[in-house]
Design a protein around this ligand. Sequence first.
Ligand code: UD1
Length: 363
Amino acid sequence: MKFVCVCGARPNFMKIAPIVDALKRVNGAETTLIHTGQHYDERMSHLFFEDLGIPRPDLNLAVGSGSQAVQTAETMKRFEPVCIEHQPDWIIVVGDVNSTLACTLVGVKLGLRVAHVEAGLRSFDRSMPEEINRLLTDAVSDMLFVTERSGVENLEKEGVASSRVHFVGNVMIDTLLRSRERAAKSQVLDQLGLRTKNYAVVTLHRPSNVDHHESFCSILDALEQIAGDMPVVFPIHPRSRKNLEEMGLADRVAKAPGIRLVEPLGYLDFLRLTADAALVLTDSGGIQEETTILSVPCLTLRDNTERPVTISHGTNRLTGNSTRRIMSAYREVRANPPVSDTMPELWDGHAAERIVGILTGAA
Ligand code: UD1
């Protein structure tokens, strides 16, 4: 059987790694790994292949940055000849980034079968490009692999046939569980002069938080207050750095006592940093899941989440981006830190094996 596995942007790498690994163990499975090149910086891409032990991609489409339309269209243009050449039995796409949707559209229009891993998640906020990517990818993929029960319910409500839907658990957690020991050896705390459970970690990249001066400032006000209590480490995404500079806020952050702006970190360093943090403030999807498993309090600086299990079972709270709401949640979490006592169902480190078992059985 021939599989084409697709990855493009940072969170995709953690999701595709255990799938590629599980496919390697199947007799007669031929796997081609395609990197679309949506993320291309050393620290946003290459470092992850080393940390995760994923083989180098067989092909990098080098799509790079662009508007939503340009990036999606360019990926489609460059992925089509790959599909025509390889004629895979399955194309496997993960997550909700532009590469996910672009490669799905190409595959189904060529009459090839597409499997979407991390299907069914819905924020019900169509202003997010990821929500559009999720809806459209799920609408046309042949097989939908779901991480949490809410995803199965969402797909049912959308009228998706249950034969296409498989609740298998979370491949990102497969990677986390198998990387914890190696991450524990990371020297990142010493390098940054931090003490265990005595600092906060921040990540921000959503347009709703970092594309508008007012929302970015509102978040910075909160970070400055938190930095009065404990160091705040902020591995900054390139788009957020660019915006800080363009908005004339870079100097303010550089001079803020207690805020440490650092380059984006590799997977193992970031996992160590998160696992030992007193709390995390983020607008990422995956970090809400990782903090749930690590039992680290997480404030999500958004008004919604497509991953409600991280609230019902985990340590996640939604705060939006107003200073007042962030600080009020911060004080609550400091006084009464949430813990994850029951882990989400099937987040047990074996999701990729289940996926590969189903796909090879469906040959
Ligand atoms: C993308 C995903 C988002 C995911 C995030 C993780 C979409 C719509 N968004 O957002 O769901 O959570 O990745 O990081 O697919 N840039 C660089 N170097 C890089 C990559 C990006 O400098 O290697 C800068 C460029 O200025 C680029 C900007 O970041 O224009 C945005 O990159 P893009 O891939 O469009 O979206 P992300 O914000 O990274």
